[in-house]
Design a protein around this ligand. Structure first.
Ligand SMILES: Cc1cc2nc3c(=O)[nH]c(=O)nc-3n(C[C@H](O)[C@H](O)[C@H](O)COP(=O)(O)OP(=O)(O)OC[C@H]3O[C@@H](n4cnc5c(N)ncnc54)[C@H](O)[C@@H]3O)c2cc1C
Length: 259
């Protein structure tokens, strides 16, 4: 089974995220990076599936040159090979541009299953996996808390408010795993050494057949108009109970239409 994992490499959790006021983009250059913990769970799930059913795991990531550290981490965990889309022309891509780039890179290799995380830990839009599935023409199976494969059939336990729904499909398919699906393994020394010899293919948008008007800032249909801090929370209302505290709370809840 050939599995492709889409994994983002993001500013490390120790970094305080800054937004450039001119470009309104996250400042990514010059800060330490790491494999998104959500992506590490997607990698872990792919590795467990291939350990059980055989096959390969390829990581696909779009990111700046600093993303190499996260790619090496995935390779050290046991991923077979990696694709890095590294190109100034893709900077400023919106979610659809990102999905077009990732889908084009996935199509360059045989795949039975694509695994994404439900949402990234830096931008959290949660839109990209569905867009990739649409572009690849495969069913999106989202919020998976467990993946079961038998032959060419796949089933997921799809997290719901009351428990889970069982969702089935034939392969190929795309699964977006929910956070907490597993505890990703730490790379061991053997894996770290082996990772140094593993291949990282580097592609530009042009290599993927994507013209400039489809990707990057030029191709972006979403525009960030303004970025700001949320307004400070107002101080709460203090109710001093002098015998009518309960009534005052009930009146307050009625006033704000909670009851
Ligand atoms: C106008 C605009 C300009 C932007 N400019 C930039 C920019 O210059 N540089 C920049 O980095 N971001 C930029 N962004 C943010 C960028 O669009 C998002 O980071 C990207 O679209 C993915 O969104 P997300 O992380 O919220 O995806 P989600 O939908 O939350 O991601 C879910 C999953 O999709 C997969 N995935 C998502 N992104 C990647 C990736 N890059 N590589 C591999 N797998 C991935 C992963 O499995 C991830 O867990 C911009 C956004 C907008 C709206």
């Amino acid at each position: 089974m050939n599995i492709v994992v889409c994994g983002k490499v993001i500013p490390a959790s120790s970094v305080t995220i800054e937004i450039d006021p001119n470009t309104k983009r996250m400042v990514r250059k010059g800060v330490p990076h790491e494999l998104d913990p959500a992506a590490a769970s997607a990698v872990e799930e792919a590795l467990r599936l291939t350990e059980k059913h055989g096959g390969t795991v390829a990581l696909v990531t779009m990111g700046i040159s600093d993303a190499t550290i996260g790619i090496r981490n995935a390779l050290a965990m046991g991923v077979t090979s990696a694709v890095h889309i590294l190109d100034d022309a893709v900077a400023g891509s919106d979610t659809l541009g990102t999905a077009k780039i990732l889908a084009a890179a996935i199509k360059k290799q045989p795949f039975d299953l694509v695994i994404c995380a439900t949402e990234s830990s830096d931008s959290y839009s949660g839109i990209v996996p569905g867009q990739i599935a649409q572009l690849l023409g495969v069913p999106p199976m989202t919020f998976a808390k467990e993946i079961l494969i038998e032959g060419d059939r796949i089933a997921i336990k799809r997290q719901s408010e009351s428990g889970y729904d069982l969702v089935e499909s034939t392969l190929p398919a795309l699964v977006a795993v929910s956070s907490g699906i597993n505890e990703p393994r730490y790379p061991q020394l053997k894996g770290i050494m082996a990772a140094k010899k593993k291949e990282i293919k580097v592609y530009t948008a042009a290599d993927l057949g994507l013209p400039p008007d489809q990707v990057g800032e030029t191709g972006a249909r979403e525009k960030v108009l303004t970025v700001g801090r949320p307004p400070k929370r107002q101080a709460g209302k203090v109710v001093v109970d002098a015998g009518e505290g309960g009534k005052q709370i009930a009146d307050f809840l009625a006033e704000i239409k909670v009851i």
